[in-house]
Design a binder for this molecule. Structure first.
Ligand code: G6P
Length: 481
């Protein structure tokens, strides 16, 4: 029997579309860990259902974009007028901060016409739109794999429509402690819907445990060894730490173009040690804290001034949300201050770029990096850490990794784990990393490289899919008996 076809549903498609003419479109890769991980999914016949990053209101635009995306295996979802309150509102200004322990925003928006209810309404409508598109493309036997906090109501809509559908839901962010999750007004609806899925997956045991705790304290449903059992319906809860496609990074970093970039960048950096940061410019990534820690390091280590630099690639994201505009200004202010204090005529201490960079250049940077600095205040996994490990060459760099990133649980043994809120501790770790012996760097790298090689995105998807197939097949057998 062949593998079932997979319908992947996520808010964002792997590509973001931009209109470049009446009937033509250009595409760039969408940012974020979810997309880069799922791009490695090669062994399933897959249709990817999602939003292309723009809304289109005219018939020609809709038609031409649908055709262009169909060629890429994508089915697009038009969110039309609900998009702003759904995406900028409920998803990213309400769920995202709660799931990352940033708290419920004091005002959901400054505009009195935009309330919690209106944003939750938009969320429901958007999930309904996703449902309609899945329904249109679903064929018997397909597996529907829903991704992330954007589509938490979808499992229930799907199962109510067809209880035989095989439905999985995976969360790419942390699931917070139930004390935090409880603050969400729609806490029960979302939990009940997710529990309609056959399999619910998380990156770490902590996130799975928090989810089960929330089921217990909000719905009064206990987790058993079989899963979360509600009125005879079993939902399995399991842990699947996501990975990257290691060969893509290993092979790219061996390309002659990448090697040329490496030489060029080393030359540009004038022999200084390179500390690298690569993050979406998101409040959860702790970029201001990273800058403060680097500032402290420069303050306390005069000898290193001018001999080390921090390059931060700050990939733009969610520009429609006020918090994301504020964090940009905050970063720019800190960079100015630190460069003003410690820079010289010939060199600045921090280069902060408000853009993403081309893939080959990224691999070249990873390869020549002395220290990768990941200071996420909370993070589902953080695949940048794995990408860095995969690209390392003869002289190994050191990974400084936040203990609040999911990756801290898988790559912690080969990294220097830090509390990103502790500026002094991060500053000390920078010093330790810069002074680490080649032998110790090699030892740490080996541990992490082994992990990254063996925990690929394909493995992650296989594990999730195999488990989902096993659960749903057993359920079918039981029902037949
Ligand atoms: C995180 C989320 C993803 C999201 C990505 C980029 O990784 O878990 O679902 O796609 O951020 O966010 P954006 O809002 O720019 O799509």
């Amino acid at each position: 029997m062949g593998r079932p076809r997979l319908l992947v549903v996520s808010m964002s498609l792997p590509v973001t579309a931009k209109r470049v003419g009446e009937e033509s479109w250009s595409f760039t890769m969408s940012p974020g860990g979810l997309v880069s991980a799922l791009l490695g999914l090669k062994e399933f016949e897959t249709k990817w259902i999602g939003w292309p990053g723009v809304d289109v209101h005219d018939a020609v635009g809709k038609q031409t974009l649908s055709v262009a995306l169909a060629e890429k295996g994508c089915v697009l979802v038009f969110l039309e007028e609900v998009c702003d309150q759904y995406y900028n509102g409920y998803c990213n200004n309400i769920l995202w901060p709660i799931f990352h322990y940033m708290g419920t925003p004091p005002e959901y928006r400054n505009d009195a016409t935009i309330t919690y209810e209106s944003q939750y309404d938009a969320y429901k409508k958007a999930n309904q739109i996703f449902f309609d598109v899945v329904k249109e493309h679903y064929e018997d036997g397909d597996i529907v794999w829903c991704h992330d906090y954007h589509v938490m109501l979808l499992p229930q809509y799907l199962k109510e429509y067809n209880s035989k559908m095989k439905v999985g839901w995976f969360l790419h962010t942390p699931f917070p402690s139930s004390e935090m999750y409880k603050t969400l007004p729609s806490r029960s609806d979302l939990l009940c819907s997710v529990l309609a899925a056959d399999l619910v997956g998380f990156h770490t045991y902590d996130f799975a445990r928090h989810f089960e705790d929330a089921c217990m304290c909000i719905l009064g449903i206990e987790a058993t060894s079989e899963g979360v059992v509600d009125q005879g319906k079993v939902t399995q809860v399991a842990v699947f730490p996501i990975g990257i496609e290691p060969e893509r990074f290993i092979n790219t970093s061996a390309l002659s173009e990448v090697i040329q970039y490496m030489e060029k960048f080393k030359n540009d950096f004038g022999g200084r040690k390179l500390i690298l940061g690569v993050d979406r410019l998101d409040t959860i990534k702790g970029i201001p804290q990273k800058y403060q820690a680097f500032e402290k390091f420069l303050e306390e280590n005069e000898d290193w001034r001018g001999k080390v630099m921090l390059l931060q690639i700050a990939v733009p994201t969610r520009n429609g949300i006020g918090e994301y505009q504020k964090i940009k200004d905050q970063c720019h202010g800190l960079v100015g201050r630190i460069n003003g204090r410690f820079g010289s005529i010939s060199a600045v201490q921090i280069i902060h770029l408000d853009c993403s960079i081309e893939f080959n250049q990224l691999c070249a940077l990873y390869a020549i990096t002395d220290v990768l600095l990941v200071t996420s205040l909370r993070d589902g996994m953080n695949l940048v850490s794995s990408e860095f490990v995969a690209c390392q060459k003869a002289e190994k760099g050191v990974l400084i990794l936040s203990e609040f990133a999911g990756a801290g649980q898988s790559l912690g043994a080969g990294a220097l784990l830090v509390n990103p809120w502790d500026i002094k501790e991060v500053s000390t770790a920078i010093g330790e990393a810069l002074n680490m012996s080649p032998e110790e760097k090699e030892r740490k790298h080996k541990i992490n490289f082994e992990y990254v090689k063996t925990h690929s995105t394909q493995q992650w998807a296989d594990d999730f899919m195999n488990k989902l197939i096993e659960i749903t097949t057993n359920a079918e057998l039981q029902a037949a008996n």
